[in-house]
Each structure stands twice: as C-alpha cells, then as structure tokens.
Write a protein that binds this ligand. Structure first.
Ligand code: NAD
Length: 476
C-alpha cells in the first residue's frame, strides 16, 4: 500500500515517529493508502527548512519565481490524467469535476500568480506639500498554508501560488483526509527547479501539528481555509503570536429566486449550486428562497431533476453524484435528517444514505423549515438543501442575513435594479446575480462575519503575503 511522505527541504521524508494513518477511498469505504501521522518534530523540521531557504528565495527575481510557477503548472498538465483520477479517488468526487474544475484550476492558480507577480508594483502618490510617496512590497518570511479536503489540489495551489510568487517560503498542511494530490505535486517540485526548502509539505492530523505551525516564532503569516471552528483556533494561536492571518471558512449561503427570473437557467444553475461536488463547496447555495408565485413549479422541477441525478462510481465519466468525503462526515450529514424532521421539516426527496458501499448520500431537498432552525443555520456541507417560499423582498433579505455566516449569495431576477438592491443588502463576500461560481481570479475572495477574515485572490493575496513600506521624499 502506498505510503504518502512529507516533503521537507526538497526530499520526500517519512514521519519521524514512523507512524501512519489510514487514507480511505470514499467510494468503497476501503483503505487504499497511508498518510504520515506527523507530529511536532516533523513540523519543526519543515519550519527550519523554510527558514533556511528564505534568504536566497526572497532575493530571486519575480521572473525567476514566475518561471518556476509556470513549470509547476505545466507539470500538472503533463500528468493531467493521473491527477484527475487521484483527486477523484481520494475525495469521492466525480471524475468530471476533477477533470473540469479541480485540476485545470490548480494549473491556472499557479499560472495566474506567475503573471500577477510581474505586474505587482508598489503604488505611488504625489500631492503638493505631502512629498513624493511610493510603496515597496517585501516578502514577509516563512508562511504556513493550511487547506481543506473539498477542493484539495485547487485550494492547496490557490494558497501556495501567491505565497511563493511574493517571495516567501512555505510550510503547507493539506487535509489529512485528501493528501494524495498534494503529495503527487511535491514529487514535481524538484523537476520544476523549486529550490529545496522553499515549499515544504507536512501531512497528518491538524491538532497534532497545528499548534506548532501556527505559533512558531519563525512563521510570519498563516493562511487557512477550512471550518469556522478550526479557524477560530487558528485565529487565537496566530493572533496571540503576532502573526498575520487570513481565514477562509464556512458558509450557509442563500440562493434567492424571484418570480421574474429566467426560470430554466435559474433551475439548472440551482441544481449545480445545490449538489455540485455533493454539496461540499463552501459557496454552495444550501438555503434556497423561492418567490411564492413560482414556488410549487420550481419545487416540482427541482424534484424531477434531482431524481435524475446519476449517483455512482466517481471514476465513471457519466457519474454526476459521487461519495461524500469520509465516514464521519457522512454521519454528520445524516444526523441532520433527524434534526430537520424534529424541527418540522418535510424531506421531499433523499434524506438517507444510498444503498451501496462507500459514503454515498441521496441528494436531499427539505421544505417547511423556519429560518432560525439548526438545519437552516448550521453548515451541513453535503448534498442537502432547504427550500422556502417568500413573499417580500425585505423578508427574504432578512432571512438571507440571519446566519452567522456571510460567504456568498445568489440572486435570480431579470430586474437588474432589484438585483443590485438585493445584492447590496446581502452581507457576504460575494453575491452572484443570475449565475453562480463565476470567478475572475483578480477579484477579492472571502467572507464576512464568521465566514472569513481577510481576502484572497488578485493582489489581495499578494499583499497579505507581503510587508509594505512607504518611502516619502520631500520634494518641496
Ligand atoms: P477543517 O477545519 O476540519 O480542516 C481544515 C484544515 O485544517 C485541515 O488541513 C486540517 O488538518 C487542519 N486543522 C485542523 N485542526 C487544526 C488545528 N488545530 N490547527 C491547525 N490546522 C488544523 O475543515 P475541513 O472539514 O477540512 O473543510 C471543510 C470546511 O472548509 C467547511 O467548513 C467549508 O465551508 C470550508 N471551506 C471554506 C472555503 C472558503 O474559501 N471559505 C473553501 C473550502 C472549504
């Protein structure tokens, strides 16, 4: 059975304690590889390597760093099929999703920041009596990036690309549940010309290595994507040790469908925003609000489409619904079916584990729930949505904003004035109008309230991974 290795100072390295944890294939429920059960000393080794590599890496030119990032992007492309299959097997997602989303976007993340760093210049300000001001950005030092399991290589590269481009060295910690593609990526780093120690990857359980990574004096910033509960621990650790931190966390996103929408388009995109990746995308619209006059029609149409979703082996090209990522996660999702019933919810379709091996859950639609109930307040992060009719714009905006989260929202209407009014009123980092998950990488990405601190994307991430200096010349 394959033993995944850490990557420290340019070398694939077993955990010092020699211990491994099981890595499951979610579509069979069987163990198919082993993940290092890393501990403090492994994290310290990685931090020491990142520290030693920093002085030389920060002196490299932007062009040199961009060239290496482009090589990494191309190496992923050269091994495209292997990455696609590995991601699907490790996570349970349909191979179509890893083929069209995860793996292409991983290359794009690296290329995007290869381009972006070349344009990243300090701003200049010049006003009479204020002097000639210009800004210089500097790498901040070794940084830590911690990523989740839902989009494994996609979010791993989304974090390391701007960090490396800006001249920092990195210790990355992928999710222990989906370590495979980050491991495969580390095997390409030397070939791409990345100097030893510039990127180090520690696998294993967050609570065993997390404290060391987020509190160590040599780490200058921590970038995290994952649950709000873990984000709070990281904020406490990193904040207490005076590190910069950026947190991308959970969501409970509203999808508001007005009667004057393009019905077919709203329906087809709502199917994706409900069930893509088995609902395990932080941006999924898990609370659907439908204007009452089209409620029954929309509901019936959704039920017809949901019934037709093809659930099956993630590695088969025709599969639309794969497995959820792990047994504990499956059980958490299933526990919400009882909670919803107790809260008065009416499960219209799904509401149970699918009758096959592995961690499959039937896509589920629930109605008749109050906005304040647990099912509508807590992130379930599975193929489960609630639908609720609404009558008034004010009422639906209030419900949309009624959770602790504020990551994303969608609004469907042909009336752009109304769309803009509602979009402005929703407390979230992004609102899509008549679409979902359309992402220009130059835009800020992140959440309000308990969904996030700080923003990634574009120059936002480059600024996060940099220190800025203002130089002011008296030109009077
Ligand atoms: P998680 O918080 O359980 O784990 C995320 C990462 O943190 C993993 O690598 C884990 O090992 C690590 N970790 C756990 N405890 C730690 C600790 N004490 N110190 C340091 N690291 C620790 O999240 P998950 O279950 O892997 O991912 C699902 C969550 O991620 C959902 O809440 C989802 O909404 C969120 N998410 C958010 C975004 C976003 O951009 N906002 C994107 C994807 C996923």
């Amino acid at each position: 059975m394959e033993k995944i290795q850490n990557f420290i100072n340019g070398e694939l390295t077993p955990p010092r304690n020699g211990k491994y944890i099981d890595n499951y294939n979610p579509s069979t429920g069987e163990v198919y590889s082993l993940v290092p059960d890393s501990e403090e000393q492994d994290a310290l080794d990685a931090i020491a390597a990142a520290k030693a590599a920093f002085p030389a890496w920060k002196k490299t030119t932007k062009e040199e760093r961009a060239t290496i990032l482009r090589k990494l992007a191309n190496l992923i492309r050269d091994n495209f099929e292997e990455f696609v299959i590995a991601e699907s097997r490790d996570n349970g997602k349909p191979v179509k999703v890893s083929e069209h989303v995860d793996i292409p976007r991983s290359s794009k993340n690296l290329e995007y920041y290869a381009d972006e760093i070349l344009k990243f210049e300090g701003e200049k300000f010049s006003d009479e009596g204020m002097g000639e001001n210009y800004l210089e950005y500097y790498p901040i030092g070794p940084v830590v990036s911690i990523s989740p399991w839902n989009l494994p290589l996609y979010l791993f590269t989304w974090k390391i690309a701007p960090a490396l481009a800006a001249g920092n060295t990195v210790v990355a910690k992928p999710s222990e549940v989906t370590p495979m593609t980050a491991y495969m990526f580390t095997k390409l780093c030397n070939e791409a010309g990345l100097p030893p120690g510039v990127l180090n990857v520690i696998h294993g359980l967050g609570h065993k290595v997390g404290d060391t990574l987020t509190t160590h004096k040599d780490i200058k910033a921590v970038s995290f994507t994952g649950s709000t509960a873990t984000g709070k621990v990281i904020a406490k650790n990193a904040g207490a040790h005076m590190k910069k931190y950026s947190l991308e966390m959970g969501g409970k996103n509203p999808n508001i469908i007005f009667a004057d929408c393009d019905f077919d388009e709203a329906l087809s995109v709502t199917m994706r925003s409900s069930f893509a990746n088995q609902g395990q995308i932080c941006l999924c619209g898990s609370r659907i609000f439908i204007e009452r006059s089209i409620y029954e029609k929309f509901k019936e149409a959704m039920l017809v489409k949901t019934k037709k979703l093809r659930q099956g082996d993630p590695l088969e090209a025709s599969t639309q619904q794969g497995a959820v990522v792990s047994e504990p996660h499956m059980n958490k999702i299933i526990s919400f079916f009882d909670i919803a019933k107790k809260e008065g919810g009416n499960i219209l379709i799904g509401g149970k584990r699918a009758d096959r091996p592995g961690y499959f859950i039937e896509p589920t639609i629930i109605e008749n729930l109050d906005s304040s109930c647990r099912t509508n307040q807590e992130e379930i992060f599975g193929p489960v949505v609630t639908i609720t009719p609404f009558d008034k714009e004010d009422e639906v905006v209030e419900w949309a904003n009624s959770t602790e989260y504020g990551l994303s929202g969608s609004v469907w209407t042909k009336d752009l004035t109304k769309a803009k009014r509602v979009a402005s009123a929703i407390d979230s980092g992004v609102v899509w109008v008549n679409t979902w998950l359309m992402r220009d990488l130059r835009t800020p990405f992140g959440g309000m309230k308990e969904s996030g601190r700080g923003r990634e994307g574009g120059t936002y991430a480059l600024k996060f991974y940099s220190d800025v200096k203002n130089i002011c010349i008296n030109n009077n």
